[in-house]
Design a protein around this ligand. Structure first.
Ligand SMILES: NC(=O)c1ccc[n+]([C@@H]2O[C@H](COP(=O)([O-])OP(=O)(O)OC[C@H]3O[C@@H](n4cnc5c(N)ncnc54)[C@H](O)[C@@H]3O)[C@@H](O)[C@H]2O)c1
Length: 433
């Protein structure tokens, strides 16, 4: 049993805290957002993540998982302190590390004995050195400590599963003492551990996210060519994915990647590379292809409806991917904003993300279900691939629509079946009728 503090009770912090409590540790989870902590203390979970609520409530009842707004209390009580605060993009694409620095300062000021300070937030290479320097500057007593980089690879929507079954655990460590503590902590997870120096661990995270983002852009570029030569991107992806050197994950053509990680991490890696004198052209191209995906979808709507102004567009899906309520950098939100700008009326539905989307999408009519969205709309655009949409009563949708038009940005249905049902059905990179 270890005493642990997790600073930042967001998607990563809450999942980390829950998983570490579940494996028998005593965890204090801290956030500066007093409302969030008030909710958590009352047993209300501020985010939607499958399985998370159950584990939090169980460990809260067992008093293995506590919540606080006080970093001092957390620093005094824990030996291992995880930093899981946000590292959003700044205007120039670089990562805003101000929250990381603030937390490091507060930890340093309250350290009385040896601590392991773990950066779990996604940060550019060499941030560990800056954290180390910040702690030294703010801890005049010279208390011993180690900084560890332990990047997080969870996927929202399956974060709890990923936390308990990681493909690998990366630890950037520079002392035997810290390595031993981290290996012991992660023993119950039974995953391969890659131990390296701190800069390498930080770079691994950026390399992984950038590679996955590039893979998505690659298949999206292929889908553009498929459309031009009447080929089928789904079959191309299937055959590519069966090649074990390539693998089938992240080969789904669509409207591009969004979310709180890929776009910002790609920007931050391009920025870091440029700062170090390397022009990361490959990653810039992946980003450009991704930015163009929204136009690809808008063009398909235009092809079907001709003029967008004054049309009613029904949108299914707001979150950046299924099984989450997270709308940060969601492509669906961006597309809706473009539709509104073009003069369309927009009706929308999402199983989990409507509450979060409301404040960002003024003028959008939020509906109780997909059928309300379809009612008297000129088309339905599918922007997030929720399982619920696969099970739609399409005959009913067709009857409710003003025109039988479905623009499927996530390739959820079979074109032949949709055409046979009488839909004008446009999807991504598939063969024409
Ligand atoms: N969300 C993901 O899928 C994911 C996956 C891997 C890595 N990451 C990385 O993990 C980090 C956190 O991401 P997230 O999605 O959990 O973010 P989030 O915004 O959901 O959570 C961050 C939390 O930190 C809190 N916070 C900010 N400043 C603080 C301070 N000074 N003291 C205490 N709390 C503070 C915020 O109130 C917020 O609750 C980011 O660097 C992100 O890139 C995220």
């Amino acid at each position: 049993m270890q005493k642990i503090a997790v600073i930042g009770a967001g998607y990563v912090g809450l999942v980390t805290a829950a998983a570490l409590a579940e494996t028998g540790n005593k965890v204090l989870c801290v956030d500066s957002d007093t409302e969030k902590i008030r909710k958590l203390k009352n047993g209300a979970i501020p985010i939607y993540e499958p399985g998370l609520e159950k584990i939090i409530l169980k460990n809260k009842n067992l008093k293995r998982l506590l919540f606080s707004t006080n970093i001092k209390e957390a620093t005094v009580s824990a030996q291992i302190i995880f930093i899981c605060v946000g590292t959003p993009s700044r205007h120039d694409g670089s990562a805003d590390l101000s929250a990381v620095q603030k937390v490091a300062q507060e930890i340093a000021r309250n350290m009385k004995e040896y601590k392991v300070i773990v950066e779990k937030s996604t940060v550019p290479a060499e941030t560990g050195e800056k954290i180390k320097h910040t702690i030294e500057m703010n801890n005049p007593g010279g208390v011993a400590f180690d900084v560890v980089s332990n990047p997080e690879f969870l996927r929202e929507g399956s974060a709890m599963h990923d936390a308990f079954h990681p493909d690998r655990i990366v630890i950037g460590v520079e002392s035997e003492r810290a390595e031993k503590i981290m290996r012991q902590l992660y023993k119950p997870f039974k995953a391969p551990i890659v131990a390296t120096n701190i800069n390498t661990a930080e770079l691994i995270k950026h390399a992984c996210n950038s590679f996955l983002a590039t893979k998505i852009s690659f298949i999206n570029a292929i889908s553009n060519i498929c459309e031009r030569v009447n080929a089928d991107v789904e079959k191309v992806a299937l055959a590519m994915g069966l090649d074990t050197r390539i693998g089938k994950e992240f080969l789904q053509a669509g409207i591009g990647f969004g979310g709180s990680c890929f776009p910002k991490d790609v920007d931050a890696f391009i920025y870091l590379a440029a700062q170090k004198g390397y022009d990361f052209e490959l990653l810039k191209a992946a980003r450009k292809i991704n930015q163009e995906r929204k136009d690809v979808l808008l063009k398909k709507i235009e092809e079907a409806l001709w003029i967008i102004k004054d049309k009613t567009i029904g949108v299914l899906g707001l979150s950046f991917k299924p099984d989450t309520d997270d709308i940060r950098s969601s492509v669906a939100i961006d597309i809706i904003k473009l539709l509104l700008y073009a003069g369309a009326k927009v009706k929308a539905y999402d199983p989990k993300a409507m509450e979060k989307a409301r404040s960002q999408l003024k003028g959008v009519i939020f509906c109780a279900n997909p059928y309300e969205v379809a009612r008297k709309s000129d088309c339905v655009a599918i922007l997030t691939e929720w399982q619920e949409f696969r099970e739609l009563d399409l005959k009913k949708i067709k009857k409710l629509l003003r025109q039988p038009v479905i623009i499927d940005g996530r390739n959820m249905f079979e074109p032949q079946q949709m055409h046979a049902m009488g839909f004008v059905y446009k999807s991504i990179g598939r063969r024409r009728k």
